[in-house]
Ligand binder design. Sequence first.
Ligand code: COA
Ligand code: AMP
Length: 632
Amino acid sequence: MSKYNEFYKKSIQDPEQFWKEQADEIDWFGKPSAILSKDKNGYPLWFEDGQINMCYLTLDKHIQDGFGDQIAFIYDSPVTQTIKRYTFHEVKSEVAKLAGGLLALGFKKGDTAIIYMPMIPQTAFAMLACARIGVIHSVVFGGFAPHELAIRIDDCKPRGIITASSGIEIDRLIAYKPLVDEAIEIANHKPKKVIVFNRKLGAKVPFKKYDVDYEALVYGSEEAPCVPLESNHPLYILYTSGTTGKPKGIVRDTGGYATALKFSMKYIYDVKPEEVFWAASDMGWAVGHSYILYAPMINRNTSVIFEGKPIKTPDSSTFWRIISEHKVETMLTAPTAIRAIKKEDPEGEFIKNYDLSHLRNQFVAGERCDAATIEWYQKHIPISVIDHWWQTESGWPMVANSLGLGEFSMRLGSATKPVCGYNLKIFSEDGKELGPNEEGLVVVKLPLPPGNMLGLWENDKRFKESYFSRFDGYYLSGDGGFIDEDGYVFITGRVDDLINVAGHRLSTAEMEEVVASHHSVAECAVIGISDDLKGQIPVALVVVKAGESIENFQLEYEVVQLIRKRIGAVASLRNVIVVQRLPKTRSGKILRKLLRSIADGENFQIPSTIDDETIIEEIQNDFKISKLGKAI
Ligand code: COA
Ligand code: AMP
């Protein structure tokens, strides 16, 4: 039996023993004796009576072990032309002082803090400072507008917000502080303090009474020690799109997460301590939390914090320069990033200028990876491109090529096999387990392994309804897929109304709420259509109210601005198609799946419940005229 088969079998047959052994690989203040128990709702809990601190595992432990002078972070920012290295000593000193400063400001264990910052080291410092003293952080991606930030403020009610004066996009400086002030203005809950790291890049930093200067706070504070925390003390809340207009606050525990991340570095990514690991994502996403910050830090790797884009900062050679200059051994990015580089540099001319010999493995995740992207990459860089599948909910890979458990062959289009602990099945709509190559709903039998979400922030009802009510005893992933005759898992895409735009998970329901709020719109549908660069892009189909006289281009402009204002630029909604009517069932439900199939030029069956078939030709024409999608 291969090592993978042996490990996997044990993880499913005896999860308690399996994860007990893995938990022994990390340092606890108090080792857990209860390995697997249940919460008040019957949901599995890992390591309930363990005592631990994530900040200790990522910093203090390495210093105590004599590795304080090793580089923890390399901050590489082509947009500010900065490269700066931080040792574990330096990071610990700043983090401990910032934690001391937070305590002095009244933050205490169990409080929440929102972090709204760009990709700079201070974002990592802020997260670690919270973890040090048991403050639950909630990082909000900088591409979200004040309105979205306000929703999160009202949901997790932070004692304070940690922010920076500005972020930098390809073509502009984004002043964050006015956005934070606006969000606080909109929100009902009012945070007591806003800690501002002033980058002195020229952005407007309006002063408010609640402001505290980050640098003065760090400079003037004593180092705070790590506080022992219960294993299930929430480390963070990370909001992600759900199928309603309101995002879901995914809550992560501490001990189970630390165990899973440590396991993943060894057995999935096959990364040894001291190696350079680079996840080119943003701290605002699950990948950023797990693989820019916590996993590489627990594993004593050097992690790259990259402030830039794969292209135009300054050009499409940036990835190769960073890999070469910092001797990156393992890298993780979204397929979109590779597609963007491929588009700018199809012949891979830039690649030839760099020594990429240190790079062993290129992991991709966040969206489906198309074969052409993998083939292009491997043509120019002769290493493995390894697809793996996971979600904000899981916090670490659920299906992957577990490199550290012995290599096995990959299949194009497959994320390979279930990771240890994930008893993955494919179910039909009515809950029957499907056989090889039959496509259905991807579910995982409980218990989910350590590291998976603890719940939704103060919303047990939604937690249960979203994930566990459909099939008793199983986690509903929201993705579709199939498993082939040899056990390789193929993820085919979301089966709900979530879309994936440039590796960013977005809710069409949320966009629909915003589009529908435009005064000229009678009704609308937002769907994700295929896009060669971003994988998917949202398109709004709108029916204008009778008697409204507004030019289509003006309506499009106003709707796009509304989305940018209410959700943020990251939504990437640029196209609005005015239609006479929307396809519906006889009971009035909009047939979004049919719209998607029409737009993507796919074969589709006309649903038997459709109200009026003649609309199909109408919609095909609308797409043709708008030159969007692949409608034939
Ligand atoms: N703060 C403020 N605005 C942001 C932002 C941030 N942190 N991140 C993105 N935006 C804005 C962008 O400026 C852009 O605005 P625009 O419409 O005014 O141009 C908009 O949001 C969309 O951004 P993005 O999706 O990044 O598109 P892009 O055209 O700027 O870049 C790619 C395209 C492919 C280069 C980029 O999407 C990319 O690097 N993708 C990889 C994604 C990734 O790593 N995902 C993480 C999952 S693993
Ligand atoms: P997020 O929660 O933002 O990480 O997004 C998770 C969703 O991204 C999943 O539910 C999938 O739809 C999609 N996804 C992530 N990784 C992959 C992958 N390797 N292949 C296909 N889809 C993926």
